[in-house]
Design a protein around this ligand. Structure first.
Ligand code: GLC
Ligand code: CA
Length: 545
């Protein structure tokens, strides 16, 4: 079963920003259809597309009001069916994004609950407060209290994210049955797999309202809850998706649970997204601070996740970027002098590890953060909330904007840069696009890189192909090596008599390696130097036979 994802890579589309087919400034399904050949040309087999279901869009589609219908902003069900079948004929399969921890408060279940229907109230987590206060002072992921009061009912409901995203009660078998039906609905339409949003948050603690601490981050009390493995196994079994490509997004999880989620004999998921490596630039765990990535921490996180998942039969999703993350070249590379080198180095590091790599739209051309200068340019609910929170903590507007400039989710959400022409080739709109397009599109775009053999784009294509061609990459063991230099990360992959050594210089300086000797064929690299002295952001993969 692992054969379907071991040697494959996946591409992620953020539909709102991928390609606009009708000139309204918003990406859509027909836009995706028009770019399937491009995606095919990358060499990936799977496409994860973020939610395009009916939604009031408070969290850009992660607040679903109808799981079985297409948001008219993005197209029609017919467009969606065509998208699936056209992809199929190109050998591409879609992973649809199932947001099952919560629904929008516009969902009919929630509306019925508000109308007083006790059956639907039990779909959610309604509780009494205490003397007008919420049951706990837990903070939601978007910065506000995680309880919202409903005056008509005299009760609070629980939400881990925005107050318009009400958490579902997974302990209720009717809820689980409804969600299984939604999976089956899309499976019957021909999708090839699923991405499950924040799946490790679905099982709330047994002592949810009793003896848990009364304040803190709500997510920290709800991650990897008591019945989460049972719920996932049941969902997978009853929908018949255990042989399909499945990936669960796991918030604040740990290695032990991710091994359980992904060991084939557990019949849960193909792989998990975990995020610890993307917290190496959080000062004291706080995302809303400015800090250079701590490379030794980053190194330790990768080595322990890679080696422990491997030795216990788990499987990793490998990624730097998605719609919730700033652009990786801006974050860990160098947007200026070493733009190309650092983009290729970061790609090499991720793509030759053990797991299944994901490429997020625009990453393959080295897209950078947009460097917005005013708060009105930001659209994301989390960014707008935290801007206010940062000001209330005493930061100046300038300081708060500097944090958003490096941390906002909108950094990864600007339109895909296709050409150097109007609206970066993303849209024909004369009225602007839903979010601004960074100036960098004139230099960084698909058109400019398509036929350049040395481009970042063509380097990604090579990396994706290597995984198909070399079983040592798809199947080999993994072990991190000590380079004697904290700026250089090194790991080896082994399969039978083959040994692949990957060396990556994470710094913008020339760096020396003292203690690694390797001789063989250079499989891929972004310089042609010696591996003893590594150039700024050099990456080198050497195959020993
Ligand atoms: C996931 C999504 C993110 C969303 C959140 C709540 O983390 O990737 O975009 O805001 O879940 O659904
Ligand atoms: Ca459109």
């Amino acid at each position: 079963m692992q054969d379907i994802f071991k040697n494959n890579s996946a591409y992620q589309i953020y539909v709102k920003s991928f390609c606009d087919s009708n000139g309204d400034g918003i990406g859509d399904i027909n836009g995706i259809r028009s770019k399937l050949d491009y995606i095919k040309s990358l060499g990936v087999k799977y496409i994860w597309v973020t939610p395009f279901f009916c939604s009031p869009m408070n969290d850009n589609g992660y607040d679903v009001s109808d799981y079985r219908n297409v948001n008219p902003m993005f197209g029609t069900m017919q467009d969606c069916e065509k998208m699936i079948s056209e992809a199929d004929s190109l050998g591409l399969g879609f992973l649809f994004d199932m947001v099952f921890n919560h629904t929008s408060t516009e969902h009919e279940w929630f509306k019925k609950a508000l109308d007083g229907d006790p059956v639907y109230q039990d779909y959610y987590l309604f509780r009494d407060g205490k003397e007008g206060h919420p049951p706990t002072e837990w903070v939601s992921s978007f910065g506000t209290n995680s309880w919202e009061y409903v005056p008509e009912l005299g009760k609070f409901y629980f939400h881990l994210f925005d107050k318009s995203q009400a958490d579902l009660n997974w302990n209720n078998p009717r809820v689980r049955a409804e969600l299984k039906d939604i999976v089956k609905f899309w499976k019957d339409k021909g999708v090839k797999g699923f991405r499950f949003d924040v799946l490790n948050l679905i099982s709330k603690p047994d002592n949810f309202f009793a003896d848990t601490p009364k304040s803190g981050r709500a997510v920290s009390f709800c991650k990897d809850g008591p019945k989460v493995h049972e719920f996932i196994r049941e969902l997978v079994r009853d929908t018949g998706i255990s042989e399909m490509f499945t990936v669960g997004e796991m918030a604040s999880t740990d290695i032990e649970n991710c091994i359980r989620y992904t060991r084939p004999e557990n019949h849960e998921l193909s792989m998990t997204f975990s995020f610890h490596h993307l917290k190496a630039d959080y000062k004291d765990g706080d995302k809303w601070s400015l800090m250079k990535p701590d490379l030794s921490k980053l190194h330790d996180i990768f080595s322990s996740w890679q080696e422990e998942m491997y030795s216990n039969g788990g499987w990793n999703a490998l990624f730097w970027c998605n719609h919730d993350q700033p652009r990786i070249v801006s974050r860990m590379g160098n947007e200026g002098t070493y733009w190309k080198e650092s983009a290729k180095m970061l790609a090499t590091f991720i793509h030759l590890l053990r797991g299944t790599p994901y490429v997020y739209q625009g990453e393959e051309i080295g897209m950078t953060n947009p460097h917005f200068t005013g708060i009105s340019q930001y659209k994301d609910v989390e960014s707008l909330n935290y801007y206010e929170i940062m000001l209330s903590r005493g930061m100046t507007e300038e300081e708060a904007l500097a944090v958003l400039d490096s941390k906002s989710r909108d950094n990864g959400r600007t339109p895909m840069q296709w050409t150097s022409g109007k609206n970066a080739g993303f849209s024909d709109s004369d009225g602007g696009t839903w979010i601004g397009i960074p100036e960098s599109y004139k230099k960084i775009n698909v058109e400019a890189q398509e036929n350049d053999p040395d481009s970042i784009l063509n380097y990604y294509r090579q990396l994706i192909k290597l995984r198909f061609d070399y079983p040592v990459i798809s199947d080999g063991s993994v072990k991190f090596l000590d380079t004697g230099n904290s700026n250089i990360f090194a790991y080896e992959r082994r399969l039978k008599s083959q040994r692949l050594v990957v060396l990556c210089n994470f710094s913008g300086n020339e760096e020396k390696i003292s203690n690694i000797d390797v001789k063989g064929e250079i499989l891929i690299g972004n310089y042609s130097g010696s591996h003893k002295i590594m150039q700024p952001f050099e990456a080198l993969a050497i195959l020993e036979k």
